[in-house]
Design a protein around this ligand. Structure first.
Ligand SMILES: C[S@@+](CC[C@H](N)C(=O)[O-])C[C@H]1O[C@@H](n2cnc3c(N)ncnc32)[C@H](O)[C@@H]1O
Length: 240
């Protein structure tokens, strides 16, 4: 496997998720006060609702939460979750066993920047909290658009960089910069990984910028909605 065109970042990211894999779901629950599952549910619905049945893809699926949400929708005949960290996929596989009955989910080792799938193979492609971690967001979006059939959807759930000023924004920024690394240290034994999190959000495109990137890779009718009081955004676009 070729992890990415920026080997350094890809290797660092892969090593970090391999290290924190066992605490990943627990940390998400603590950091979001349990709201992260609802956001994935909304993303899965936005990606699938009303489409003709077909295969659904979750890119950088991690421990598989969003892939398993996709599998609950009747439009998703079968689901594929792809990630480049085997430890995350092992946890996804174990979780799928606990979630039965759901349609089968296939777990595939692969790079978001070079998806190992044919053009137009899927009715939709999602990514949850993943694009911050890739070295080339545009290329990852291009790959998602490439593997979705015409009329299908690409849905991206991601933490938003703070654009607003004011007390709430300052409190959120403080939470990310000070509290999250501390929680990472105490609960996951990995301060670095949870210091990286706010850094990766800071460098990520704003909502309008991300929408523009989606349009640049050929997606149309791109729209987004803010969730969690503006902490998270769900972008959806359609393949022409
Ligand atoms: C923050 S986790 C998100 C996991 C999951 N999507 C969720 O909703 O919780 C980021 C995931 O992206 C994966 N990842 C990062 N870069 C990747 C790449 N280039 N190709 C495939 N997976 C990648 C990591 O291994 C990790 O599992």
């Amino acid at each position: 496997m070729n992890p990415s065109n920026d080997g350094t970042k890809a290797r660092r990211v892969a090593a970090m998720f391999s290290r924190i894999s066992r605490r990943y779901d627990f940390m998400n629950t603590v950091m979001t006060a349990g709201r992260h599952d609802r956001w994935r549910r909304l993303a899965a619905r936005a990606a699938t609702e009303g489409l003709a049945p077909g295969l659904a893809l979750d890119v950088a699926t991690g421990t598989g939460c969003l892939a398993l949400e996709l599998a609950r929708h009747p439009e998703a005949r079968d689901v594929v979750g792809v990630d480049f960290v085997p430890e995350m996929l092992s946890l996804a596989r174990a979780k799928e066993t606990r979630h039965r009955p759901t349609p089968d989910v296939a777990w595939a080792l692969g790079d978001a920047l070079a998806l190992p799938f044919a053009d137009g193979a899927f009715m939709c492609a999602t990514s949850g909290f993943a694009l911050r971690n890739v070295s080339d967001v545009r290329r990852a979006l291009g790959e998602m658009a490439r593997v979705v059939r015409p009329g299908g959807r690409v849905a991206v759930l991601e933490i938003t960089p703070l654009e607003r000023s004011g007390l709430a924004a300052r409190a959120l920024s403080l939470y990310f910069r000070r509290v999250v690394p501390m929680l990472g240290q105490w609960l996951a034994g990995d301060r670095d990984a949870y210091t990286y999190l706010p850094d990766s959000v800071r460098g990520f495109p704003t909502c309008p910028e991300l929408a523009r990137l989606m349009e640049e890779v050929g997606l149309v009718k791109v729209r987004w909605r803010l969730l969690g009081g503006g902490l998270v955004a769900l972008h959806v676009g359609e393949v022409r």
